[in-house]
Ligand binder design. Sequence first.
Ligand code: PMP
Length: 557
Amino acid sequence: MAFDNAAFKRHFPLFEHAENTRLVYLDNAATTQRPSCVIEALTDFYSRYNANTHRSSHRLARAATAMVERVRQATAEFVNASDRDEIIFTRGATEALNLLAQSLARTLEPGDQVLLSAAEHHANLVPWQMAAEQFGLELCFLPDHNGEPQLERLPEFLNGRLRVVALSAASNALGFRIPVERVKNLLPECCRLVVDASQILAHQRVDVQAMGCDFLVGSAHKFYGPTGVGLLYGRREALSALPPWQGGGEMIRQVRLQSSDYAEAPHRFEAGTSALAAIAGLGAALEFLEGQDRKAMATYESHLNRYLHTELEALCLKRPLQLLTRFENNVGIAALVPSPQCKLAASDIADWLDEHDIAVRVGHHCAQPLMESLGQSGSLRISLAAYNNREDVDRLLQALSVMPLDEDVESAAPSTVEGWVGDDLSALSLQELSSQSSWQKRYRQLTRWATQLSRKPAIRVPEHQVHGCESEVWLVHRVEADRHRFAIDTDSRVIQGLSILVLLLIDNRTRRDIEALDLEATFAELGLEKYLSPSRSNGFRALLDQALALVRASSRD
Ligand code: PMP
């Protein structure tokens, strides 16, 4: 039977909310929306049987305990584990990977090797780096081709010290699937295979036994469940060989003053009180997914993904954009970057889409090494779920095709890194911005101002880069006759506008004048914190903080 997208979408109340009827949500790789049954399961837990599990003998505690164990069973069936005790509830994939890195590392010897790929989400990289540092392990990386790990090169790493291979089944940044089921047969008995399934659980059936993995992790919020709960599958023998990671209540058999004996899995790995309502929500999400024809759903998603990629490829021939992803073997993620001649940064494009109520994500997507290997600092990521449809893709394409990309940017004044020339903003005033009657108008004013910021290639050096800004921004400063002078450069249209604001506030003033400014009051008046996206607002703060730090550090006035 064909998948009924309209009926599926009706399960998600967010899309019916008055604020969201025009929303096109294409940020599903970050988190999916929740169906009403999941939202109801959370309320139901709190309003009907909220109690802590295991530790009490009353009726509510028994109901809560039974629910958790029922969901454990359902989770085991969801990934085809052979036993529910092979399922551990964590806070999410990140916590599950930290648990594995810390627990597995305790079973290894210094010099043992862990093999990863450069395409991993930071959650499957940083915990291993930490464990490697603590336990003297060596991290190795599969070679890649255009960012995709080359599994066929894995035998080159079988040198007797390889103990763990940890790979994601699909890249969260570029969407390509990695055939992890081919790995286990290549590995010796003593080597554990960890699969990060975060990006596949919403899109395909997962069978841990067919995959042959020892461990598998995922986060419920990426497959229509709540935040705050994730799953860790561990093959029974692999789990029973693992020491616990976190200590606390419920994970013990007996506690003495100097030492303790630990409970069996799964409880050995679930110290403290779990996110019980979230587990109830996970149960509802699993039931919801089981109620779908997963095969038809996957076919539907695949057709939509093909349409998205085909149309984006055609668009890239007409607009200065470049598509980094391919449709083949992809879970539903497209990544775009502005081509070199494009005058907008990816973040400006995302802002443009946001203005059209189209939600995408921009940045390095917690996959910095992958982005760097492609020579990119980030991308604009479009990620699909089964409630998306062709209309959503068409709205995206339409917005991208009318986006004003070609406005002239004033040409750069020639300068060197020391002899930089700042921008002459004497024709602009803060008044222009504050007199606008709405935030939308102020935002437009900022983007109009953006063109007044000239390009200054000479100052684009690492020592002048502003840290903490999602977009690349460079800031230079000097003192001229007691006045603090600044110049800023960035490719992001919105940050260019915000840079003008910074300059209007503090450029060409004395330290005393700058210190007398009530910047918080000015921001509150402009509504900056309220309306800018958190990443923009953090970037703006980082820029301003760095400028103020330069003023403080300067001893010339
Ligand atoms: N791995 C992958 C591949 C992911 O996409 C994500 C989330 N973006 C994570 C791990 C971490 O998931 P969480 O933040 O839910 O712990």
